[in-house]
Design a protein around this ligand. Structure first.
Ligand code: CP
Ligand code: NVA
Length: 307
């Protein structure tokens, strides 16, 4: 098998739930200090064209705990950064490594990499999607709540890579999602259409209060993503009111949980009091990046070398 992890919609609910099952097992083994060297002798190339704390550390530590090795490759220090074609790099890396994780800008570039690589490619964030993060988020909800598919999920803020992946997830898992974005900052139209075709139950609104009403899971992200730094000031104006704060929290279910992929801009999309408050499960969410990605890597890379 050479399956990639580029977008949640490429996978079925059953397949993703199998990854959650493996994640539960690997997390328990990690906590117990029990060896689980499912990827002994295997190597993951990690290509970064954008900054990272969680993604870089959790993939690298994850490979180590699975008995393998991870290579940190900042694109600026490779020939890719000097214009070597992706399709050439893909085939070269396939001869050395057993998997590639890449954080980049364009979804087309990651698809090109996956097309020419004969080893699995994992999306560590593009401008379009952040699938590993949403897997960690859902696993965290499952740990904190029963019947995760019956909950009401709410997205407040930018229609960005995180929002797009939540919409993918609503299509695959079938849970109810409300998405509140300012006008002009809606999620990708193609992603919305694909979710609609999958029968997803999603409300799109420009009213954060409507989205938050009775929600079980509140989620947000920065107003300006990586690569949009120059738009920070104009976005601060457009996103006024799109903040998870105590007033918005009061509209949600009394036992709701609050999530944020981090890094957060406290005082912008979320307040300090919510991050530090009793509803936040943000640091469990961050830790679960490690456990979920180990399960994703083991699912994709265990067994014989793919090329
Ligand atoms: N949430 C997330 O992907 O964090 P990093 O940018 O630190 O990797
Ligand atoms: N939307 C953010 C997520 C960071 C993990 C970004 O792309 O910068």
């Amino acid at each position: 098998m050479n399956k990639d992890f580029l977008c949640l919609s490429d996978w079925t609910r059953e397949e993703l739930e199998t990854i959650f099952d493996l994640c539960r097992d690997l997390k328990a083994k990690t906590k117990a200090g029990a060896p689980h060297h499912l990827l002994a002798g295997k190597t993951l190339a990690m290509i970064f064209e954008k900054s990272s704390t969680r993604t870089r550390i959790s993939f690298e530590v994850g490979m180590f705990q699975l008995g393998g090795h991870a290579l940190f490759l900042h694109s600026g220090t490779t020939q890719m950064g000097r214009g070597e074609p992706i399709k050439d790099s893909a085939r070269v890396m396939s001869g050395y490594c057993d998997g590639i994780m890449i954080r980049t800008y364009s979804q087309t570039a990651i698809e090109e990499l996956a097309k020419f690589a004969s080893i699995p490619v994992i999306n560590g964030l593009t401008d379009m999607y952040h699938p590993c993060q949403i897997m960690a988020d859902l696993f965290t909800v499952i740990e904190h709540k029963e019947n995760y598919r019956d909950l009401k999920y709410c997205w407040i803020g930018d229609g960005n890579n995180m929002a797009n992946s939540w919409i993918n997830a609503a299509g695959v898992f079938g849970f109810e999602l409300r998405v509140a974005t300012p006008k002009g900052y809606e999620p990708d139209a193609g992603v919305v259409a694909r979710a609609e075709n999958a029968g997803a139950r999603i409300l799109y609104t420009n009213d954060p209060a409507e989205a938050a009403q009775g929600a079980d899971v509140l989620n947000t992200d920065v107003w300006a993503s990586m690569g949009q730094e120059a738009e920070q000031k104009e976005r601060e104006k457009a996103f006024t009111g799109y903040q998870i704060n105590d007033q918005l929290l009061a509209l949600a279910a009394s036992n709701c949980v609050v999530m944020h992929c981090l890094p957060a801009h406290r005082g912008e999309e979320i307040t300090d009091s919510v991050i530090e408050g009793s509803h936040a499960i943000i640091f469990d969410e961050a830790e679960n990046r490690l456990h979920v990605q180990k399960a994703i890597m083991a699912t994709l890379m265990e067994g014989n070398k793919c090329n």
